[in-house]
Design a binder for this molecule. Structure first.
Ligand SMILES: [Zn+2]
Length: 357
């Protein structure tokens, strides 16, 4: 965040062809992280108000601590590459007393902690507290979590694994993602510019943006300490680049700096059931997923629809033979080919014409 001035920076029209204001930590090393690794334990409570019947705890236990898929436990095991292990204990049939008129999350959590202690269980001895309550119309959410934080409230949907993966994402510092759509396209080139439009969560590969329980994107994994910086190189020179398959060996992500301190994120994933349960021909696993990422105390993704000719984001990745130009970054990416081993890329930085495939 220092100011660097080169030469006499008072150009007159015609003396320059391209100018960008860059505002970034120019000499920072490494990427921001907030590690969520090692052995973590959760206390999972199936609770009800005294005007409601106790919930069947078995589906809640399966969706959280279940040893088989789908469960938050097996999801985290896979998405972290074994870096994060979640186990814990269940408390079932917990009566939280009278149903509150409103939806005060702190009061609900406090009631749950008190009820746990009445059962002889100390909730603060766990890394996380997960509380499923009876469906409560005063709570305008399915799930709720602090960001980052160590508790999750479920509004009677504790049997839905996607809710846990979404809220656990918030706990880990992942914000809701959104989408950059309708960028100008001509021929095989899509251009990220001020002409694109932003819309709400519509990333079918991101559980933080409407993507069900698909596995977390690569930048979340780096932020959580599951992918080392050595597998997340910053692209600083124009050339040829080989992007590996997400969750396997090799480069997991290429990052191209943007002037606001964020970066373009390039990810390539294949079908890996049960969570990434795509069919082999799905465009989502046959192109390079491009996101604009801002990171710091939390991380936030914006999916770029690199195929803006269709109204859907189900084909958002940059397919083989196509180029994405980012005017702000003064950079461009061409996908030459994709296959079972990875994606072959050409990336230009300091210009918007990548080398030929
Ligand atoms: Zn959310």
């Amino acid at each position: 965040n220092d100011t660097v001035q080169a030469g006499a920076c008072t150009p007159a029209a015609g003396e320059y062809t391209s100018m960008r204001l860059w505002n970034a930590a120019a000499f920072a090393t490494g990427w921001p992280t907030r590690p969520v690794t090692g052995q973590k334990r959760a206390l999972v409570m199936a609770t009800h108000w005294n005007d409601a019947a106790p919930v069947d705890p078995a589906p809640v236990e399966q969706a959280t601590l279940g040893a088989g898929a789908p469960s938050l436990r097996t999801y985290l095991q896979e998405v972290s590459g074994g870096s994060l292990s979640l186990t814990g204990d269940m408390l079932t049939g917990v009566d939280l007393g009278a149903r509150p008129a409103g939806c005060e999350s702190a009061a609900i959590l406090s009631a749950a902690r008190t009820a746990a202690r009445a059962r002889g269980v100390e909730p603060d001895a766990y890394d996380y507290l997960f509380v499923d309550i009876s469906r409560h119309s005063a709570c305008a959410w399915e799930g709720l979590a602090a960001m980052p934080g160590n508790w999750i409230l479920s509004n009677g949907v504790g049997h839905k694994t996607w809710m846990w993966t979404h809220e656990f994402g918030h706990s880990s510092g992942f914000q809701h993602s959104d989408t950059l759509k309708a960028c100008p396209a001509a021929g095989s080139v899509t251009t990220v510019s001020g002409a694109c439009t932003v819309s709400g969560g519509d990333d079918p590969t991101d559980t933080m943006g409407g993507g069900g329980m698909h596995l977390y994107p690569v930048d979340y994994r780096q932020f959580a300490g599951w992918v080392p910086d050595s597998q997340v190189p910053r692209v600083t020179a124009t050339g040829s680049y080989r992007l590996g398959v997400l969750g396997e060996s090799g480069t997991q992500e290429f990052r191209v700096a943007r002037p606001d301190g964020g970066f373009l994120s390039l990810e390539y994933r294949r079908a890996t059931p049960p969570y990434d349960d795509y069919v082999a021909t799905d465009p989502l696993v046959n192109g390079v997923i491009v996101r604009i990422v801002t990171t710091g105390g939390t991380v936030r993704n914006r999916l770029v629809d690199a195929t803006p000719g269709t109204s859907t984001t189900d084909d958002a990745p940059l397919a083989a033979g196509r180029t994405l130009v980012d005017e702000d970054a003064d950079a461009a990416v061409t996908v030459c080919s994709v296959g079972a081993q990875g994606a072959d890329l050409r990336i230009a930085v300091g210009g918007t014409t990548p080398p030929a495939c």
